[in-house]
Design a protein around this ligand. Structure first.
Ligand SMILES: [Zn+2]
Length: 296
């Protein structure tokens, strides 16, 4: 049976047709959020109609950045998708006439990582997506941990500075205001006088530019402290990073492991694996297609 997985982020929409856990067709396209909510909904509808026509898909799973009521398919708010406050996406997509499940994009990523790893020893996995914003998800004892309201895992909004930088969620001092792509680009403007895309800043840092290196070091130091706290709290088997920033190995994974080791309770650090996803696009899409089963 073919299913369609769609991952809607602040910058890109990634989607793929999945059969037997393998993506047989996938595309990455821009979200173009500046064109407004209705434009983006229209784009999603045409993606679905197109895949329906060509692949005879039977169900759809959608991951979206933000606070989502997965049972109703309702998006309460999405800091990186302006105008998406209070959107019943499931209703908006009724027109396509197929079963649809909608969840937070980080939950889809973590679920995909959990399923694709096929490692029976892994029961507790923390997924962190580092992109325009920062998403988080907790798989505990093999299931998405949702908390009381269904919103657990908002790692990006853990406070790292009292009264610190303004975050897109409306609060101050959140991790996302320091360690996300959005925050790093904002900081580049402060330091270099112009906003530099994270991917370009990464290239500048790789060439040894000290100011660029310092921007990454400062951003990921806060992430390291938060990860150490998560390990102390949850004693996970693995923390896995996805999203556009996760491949910046020299500035992310290597210093992060040292920071976590330094700040973590020693016994809890001994077994935890800290990894970057090998296929985060696949994980988000495959995780989304599993929602219909996992949310029953
Ligand atoms: Zn925040």
């Amino acid at each position: 049976m073919k299913t369609l997985g769609i991952d809607i982020g602040g910058t890109n929409i990634k989607y793929g047709v999945v059969e037997n856990n393998i993506i047989i067709y996938n595309i990455l396209t821009k979200s173009e959020v500046a064109k407004g909510k209705q434009f983006l909904i229209g784009k999603i509808v045409s993606i679905i109609e197109n895949c329906k026509k060509n692949y005879n898909i039977k169900s759809i799973g959608i991951g979206i950045a933000g606070l989502v009521d997965y049972q109703r398919g309702f998006v309460f708010e999405s800091p990186n998708l302006p105008e998406w406050e209070g959107v019943n996406l499931k209703n908006e997509l009724k027109i396509v006439n197929l079963p649809i499940s909608i969840d937070n994009d980080a939950n889809c990523f973590a679920l995909g990582e959990y399923l694709l790893r096929k490692d029976k020893k892994i029961k507790n996995l923390i997924g962190i997506t580092l992109g325009t914003g920062i998403g988080g998800s907790l798989i505990l004892d093999g299931k998405i941990y949702r908390g009381s309201n269904g919103f657990a895992g908002e790692i990006g909004h853990i406070k790292v500075e009292p009264d610190g930088r303004k975050c897109n969620c409306g609060q101050n001092g959140c991790l996302e205001a320091y360690s996300s792509g959005f925050a790093i680009e904002k900081k580049s403007k402060e330091i270099f006088g112009e906003k530099i895309a994270v991917s370009s800043l990464y290239q500048i840092a790789l060439k040894g530019n000290r100011k660029a290196i310092e921007i990454f070091n400062e951003a990921f130091e806060k992430l390291g402290i938060v990860c150490a706290g998560l390990i102390d709290l949850l004693n996970p088997d693995i923390i896995v990073f996805g999203g556009g920033l996760s491949n910046m190995r020299e500035f992310l994974l290597i210093p992060l492991k040292k920071l976590i080791q330094k700040n973590c309770y020693k016994k809890l650090y001994e077994k935890v694996r800290i990894e970057v996803s090998q296929s985060d696009i696949d994980s988000g899409i495959i995780g989304a297609t599993y929602l219909i089963n996992s949310n029953k």
